[in-house]
Design a protein around this ligand. Structure first.
Ligand SMILES: NC(=O)c1ccc[n+]([C@@H]2O[C@H](COP(=O)([O-])OP(=O)(O)OC[C@H]3O[C@@H](n4cnc5c(N)ncnc54)[C@H](OP(=O)(O)O)[C@@H]3O)[C@@H](O)[C@H]2O)c1
Ligand SMILES: *[C@@H]1O[C@H](CO)[C@@H](O)[C@H](O)[C@H]1NC(C)=O
Length: 347
């Protein structure tokens, strides 16, 4: 059994390696990506008063952490970073009296009420936001797992919470853009790896499965970016697929089987995987280089433009998913407090 599994996985890796060389041969090198990222951030005003502000939802681990550390490096610490203080993150320069922020806002994003209070806190302190990077996520094999607000936990972090963060923080992003500064939103999910969605079962109340959830999150993210781009035509909205990134996402899965699989699988995909810092570089390159104009973008694992490759959205779908989302979040915020509050305390 184990032998067969190993053979199967080895073949899979060979296939992936082949696919990788086919699709990535014409990609810019990591060194070139680093150069263009550095040039982009260097060209920005570097006085503290004009320091750019970035929010990292999911910045405590994995890809979000890679994005935050890369950003701190290129801005040489002259930036406001809202997530958490890392020992290895460049500190704001100066004598320690700097007004630059290194802040951690706590929020269990499975609950829309928590997201609402987090965004109100952020908005009150940061009237201008340049970058909103969202990568909260988890992998599980469990079925639909509803919070007391009626939303599946995985879909909540992969989609509804991201929509709510973006919706609420949009005024601050618009304010930065209105001053002539760069404003961009990045949602790290799985652009180009989604599927067709069921308009008769929005939110997967009826037909929830692991694969339906995997197909739905990315397609909803595509349309979320398009809808917000319509409302804020001068802001850049990027949905990315990060590729295989060495993060704790498998090892920290609530599903035991996935934890085991990830231990076998990760060493096998190691040759084609990247570190979270490398992924941070590639993902930032979508902002600094690939997305040459505002609007909605779909970006692949090396920062490349995917165009409409494997796109399952559309006008009708976009309108329906938007209305569905507005309603689900309205109902979540209006829902009564849970019977057993202990089960869902804020992290
Ligand atoms: N890694 C890959 O190879 C890969 C491939 C394709 C797609 N992706 C997608 O990329 C995204 C990021 O993955 P990753 O590998 O960076 O994962 P990760 O290392 O496990 O990090 C996930 C982040 O999400 C946060 N998070 C999880 N549940 C949360 C909740 N309820 N409320 C608030 N924050 C929550 C975690 O915060 P805490 O530290 O507080 O738990 C952490 O900061 C995910 O959506 C994943 O599906 C990853
Ligand atoms: C977008 O930017 C252009 C050029 O700066 C400006 O004229 C226009 O009013 C902006 N549109 C919005 C919706 O802010």
């Amino acid at each position: 059994m184990f032998l067969y599994a190993s053979i199967f996985l080895s073949l899979l890796v060979a296939l992936l390696a082949f696919y990788y060389t086919q699709t990535h041969s014409a990609m810019p090198s990591l060194a070139a990506i680093r150069q263009s990222n550095a040039a982009f951030f260097r060209s920005k005003p570097s006085v503290a008063a004009d320091a750019p502000t970035a929010i990292f939802v999911g910045g405590t681990s994995g890809i979000g952490e890679g994005m935050a550390l890369t950003y701190a490096k290129y801005t040489e610490g002259k930036s406001n970073i809202i997530i958490r203080i890392f020992a290895s993150m460049p500190a704001p320069p100066g004598d320690g009296t700097s007004k630059l922020a290194r802040e951690f806002v706590q929020c269990d994003a499975t609950l829309m009420k928590n997201v609402h209070s987090a965004t109100q806190t952020i908005l009150s302190k940061y009237p201008q936001i340049n970058y909103l990077v969202m990568s909260p996520g988890l992998v599980t094999l469990s079925g639909r797992d509803e919070t007391h607000e009626g939303i599946d936990r995985k879909l909540a972090v992969h989609y509804y919470a991201r929509w709510k963060f973006l919706h609420d923080l949009l005024p601050s992003l618009k304010a930065a853009e209105g001053k002539g500064e760069k404003a961009a939103v990045v949602s790290v999910m799985a652009a180009g790896h989604g599927g067709k969605i069921d308009l008769d079962d929005l939110g997967l109340k009826k037909g929830y499965s692991v694969s339906a959830s995997m197909m739905t999150g990315p397609t909803y993210n595509d349309m979320m970016m398009e809808s917000f781009a319509e409302q804020a035509p001068n802001i850049t909205f990027i949905h990315t697929y990060p590729g295989f990134v060495r993060t704790p996402i498998g090892a920290s899965s609530p599903s035991r089987a996935l934890r085991i699989i990830s231990h076998v699988f990760f060493p096998l995909v190691w040759p084609i995987s990247v570190s979270n810092i490398e992924c941070g570089e590639y993902t930032w390159s979508s902002v600094t280089t690939t997305a040459t104009k505002p609007g909605a973008w779909r970006i692949g694992s090396r920062g490349e433009d995917l165009g409409k490759k494997n796109y399952f959205g559309g006008e009708v779908q976009r309108k329906k998913v938007w209305e569905h989302t507005v309603e689900v979040i309205r109902a979540a915020l209006a829902s009564p407090a849970p019977e057993r509050p202990k089960a869902e305390v804020q992290k």
